[in-house]
Design a protein. Structure first.
Length: 202
């Protein structure tokens, strides 16, 4: 059983500000401690803290960011991650932009290991009327290695349309990928970008 402690600010703050801090002990790869067991000693992450904040500074505008900071015994490179987003709704249009970064925890003197991931996402949505909506999304993702010549990049372009009639929704989507080598990298919608941690293997 993994015990987590979380604190979130109360509702009703100016600009709809919401902030949270979450602490998770024994978050490493081995067994976590429980009420009747101390768990297995872990040479990787033992404890982790994540911070998140979001706000609506003006009507239609949403912003947010998060940061993930685990405690690790790895000395070559600390594991950490962060993400931020901004959205704006004006009339029938919705715009979104998001970025995320993740640094992989590494031992010293490693040879061409993946060291970080970088993602950028732009989205545009338009409500043609109460029944029809269309959207476009573009994602740029990078997986960077200790040797730059091994770096991998991926681009995704997606167009979606949805039509609702008599309680039924019909939708169609088309996605184009440039380089599938990064197909396992974590990509989040701008509005749902609430976590900073991404897989360390892809």
């Amino acid at each position: 059983m993994c015990i987590r402690d979380r604190y979130t600010t109360p509702s009703g703050l100016p600009y709809d500000i919401s902030a949270s801090i979450q602490y998770a002990p024994s978050s490493g790869e081995n067994a976590a401690a429980s009420g009747n067991s101390a768990g297995t000693a872990d040479t990787f992450n033992e404890d982790a803290v994540e911070y998140a904040i979001s706000a609506t500074p003006m009507e239609g505008l949403g912003i947010g960011a998060s940061y993930y900071d685990p405690d690790s015994s790895l000395t070559g490179q600390d594991e950490e991650g962060g993400a931020a987003y901004i959205t704006y709704d004006v009339g029938s249009f919705s715009l979104g932009y998001a970025i995320s970064r993740y640094a992989v925890g590494l031992e010293p003197n490693t040879t061409n290991e993946a060291e970080d991931y970088k993602n950028k996402m732009i989205s545009v949505a338009f409500n043609v009327n109460d029944s029809l909506s269309i959207s476009y999304e573009k994602v740029d993702a990078e997986k960077n290695f200790e040797t730059a010549t091994s770096d991998v990049e991926m681009e995704v372009d997606a167009i979606q349309a949805a039509y609702t009639i008599a309680g039924m929704t019909l939708s169609v989507a088309n996605e184009e990928y440039d380089n599938h080598d990064l197909s396992l990298i974590h990509i989040s919608e701008p509005r749902d970008l609430s976590t900073s941690r991404m897989p360390s293997s892809a």
